[in-house]
Design a binder for this molecule. Structure first.
Ligand code: PLP
Length: 463
């Protein structure tokens, strides 16, 4: 494929996009209304897990950039698909079907086994708002949604209300907060009901949901929105019994069950989705992140019988843009061709085993939670009280960055010890990560944990 600029030379455009002075960086940061990190990344290893900063320093990326680049940075096939599509037709208005859009819907239907697909969004929160509209249109009169403690669903004003009401977000007085009814997420490591799983069978968690529906609402719940494995809120896998029970409750009361699979799909958990892993099928499922291979795209999948929205109810300017759809379609084919679902399962088991071994020796690690390459390492000050080791976790992640590995933490801790946030180190690298890179990242994590343990006075021993 040949692409030639018309008004500028190739060199001019390349120079504009790839070189910058220190002064320009400083100025850009001053102008920016958004809070920006120090590092300026300039390129990623094509189809790999390594990213380079402006000084040419490589980093192993254990975050896949907000858990998105399952096929690695700038995967050549994905980039080719996007460039080709951009070359021939880079935009159409929302209602027009295009070849990538039609084929992507078919692909999503086949992989996830849902009969209907809505492709009109560029992200996760937005997809959830579409799912909410679908639930309301299909259940006229229903106006409430149930959401979980510590859930995170996006940053629009409505999704802020749907998410756990972190005080940092609450200062916006989220729009529509009164539309959301909350229930405790079954966080077994720190059980909200002080029970023990699996003995409890998630019974109290389910009872709470059902009683809330019966006693605190009046048949006006449109949907239950839940992350099957809670991501930003602490990396918490729900017990299978809970999701199965939720399915039964949703059926019993005629409520749409909506899984937010922004983080958990496209191989990340060692299956195409968490729903498939758990064997629990929601009525609707929302997707983004790993869907686009680095391009902004979101989707809602829905079961047969759910009727769609009308044009004015769902129209968006870029909702029909074929470039991310072309990228997403080829991205899924790359995942299939490279066997990344199985790879995530295998590498995930390997990494989890190594982390559990570290946990035997390093007191600071309270828990290791998978599945697949979707791992959270919960750092605690005390294994009995499980008090979150937030400062220590920040320190560990900072040191690892200095050693060339990027890890990330969960959402900020606001409520202190009761709501444990920002003490869970996340390991969610591109699924294409090489075994040696994964080993290096785990070595760096261990070194950093040991350094911090030594300084903060926690016991540890080396392997
Ligand atoms: C579980 C979950 N749901 C929804 C979202 C929101 O996605 P977006 O930022 O694309 O709106 C995120 C983003 O981090 C997420 O992790």
């Amino acid at each position: 494929m040949e692409i030639k600029p018309l008004l500028f030379s190739e060199e001019e455009i390349r120079n504009i996009l790839s070189s910058i002075t220190e002064e320009e960086i400083e100025e850009g940061k001053r102008i920016s209304l958004s809070s920006l990190e120090d590092l300026v990344f300039v390129r990623g290893e094509p189809g790999g897990a390594v990213v380079y900063d402006i000084d040419g320093r490589p980093y192993i990326d254990m975050t896949a950039q907000a858990w998105t680049l399952n096929v690695g940075y700038s995967h050549p096939d994905v980039v080719y698909a996007a460039a080709l599509q951009a070359k021939v037709l880079n935009h159409v208005r929302y209602g027009f079907p295009t070849i990538p859009r039609l084929k992507l819907m078919k692909k999503l239907k086949e992989i996830f086994g849902f009969e209907r697909v809505a492709l009109n969004t560029q992200g996760g929160g937005w997809s959830l708002e579409t799912a909410m509209k679908l639930a309301m249109v299909n259940k006229p009169g229903a106006e409430l949604f149930m959401v979980s403690w510590r859930g995170y669903h996006g940053n629009s004003l409505v999704m802020t209300a749907a998410s756990h009401p972190l005080p940092v977000l609450i200062r916006f007085k989220p729009f529509g907060l009164e539309r959301f009814v909350r229930f405790p997420y079954p966080y077994c490591y720190r059980c909200p009901f002080h029970r023990k799983y699996p003995e409890c069978g998630a019974g109290l968690c389910l009872e709470f949901v059902e009683k809330t529906i019966r006693y605190c609402t009046w048949g006006n719940i449109a949907g239950i929105i839940i992350e099957p494995i809670q991501g930003p809120g602490g990396h918490v896998p729900a017990p299978r019994e809970f999701l199965k029970g939720l399915r039964e409750i949703a059926d019993k009361y005629g409520i749409y069950l909506i899984f937010d699979e922004a983080q958990t799909a496209f191989g990340r958990v060692g299956a195409w989705s968490a729903s498939q892993l758990y064997g629990v099928k929601p009525d609707m499922m929302t997707l983004t992140k790993g869907l686009g291979g680095g391009f902004p795209v979101g989707a809602v999948l829905a079961r047969e019988g759910i009727k769609g929205l009308s044009y004015p109810e769902e129209h968006t300017t870029f909702g029909g843009n074929p470039v991310p759809y072309a990228a997403a379609l080829i991205n899924i084919m790359v995942i299939e061709k490279l066997g990344l679902v199985e790879r995530a399962r295998e590498l995930g088991e390997y990494a989890t085993k190594r982390l559990r071994d570290m946990m035997e020796r390093i007191e600071l690690i309270g828990d290791v939670r998978g599945p697949g390459l979707y791992i959270g390492v919960d750092l605690v000050k005390d294994r009995e009280t499980k008090e979150p080791a937030t400062e220590e976790a920040e320190e560990v992640v900072g040191r690892a960055l200095e050693k060339g590995v990027i890890f990330a933490l969960d959402m900020p801790d606001i409520y202190g010890e009761e709501f444990t946030m920002r003490n869970v180190v996340k390991l969610k690298p591109p699924l294409v990560i090489k075994k040696e890179e994964l080993d290096k990242a785990l070595d760096v994590l261990e070194e950093s944990l040991i350094e911090v343990s030594r300084e903060y006075g926690y016991s540890y021993s080396k392997a």
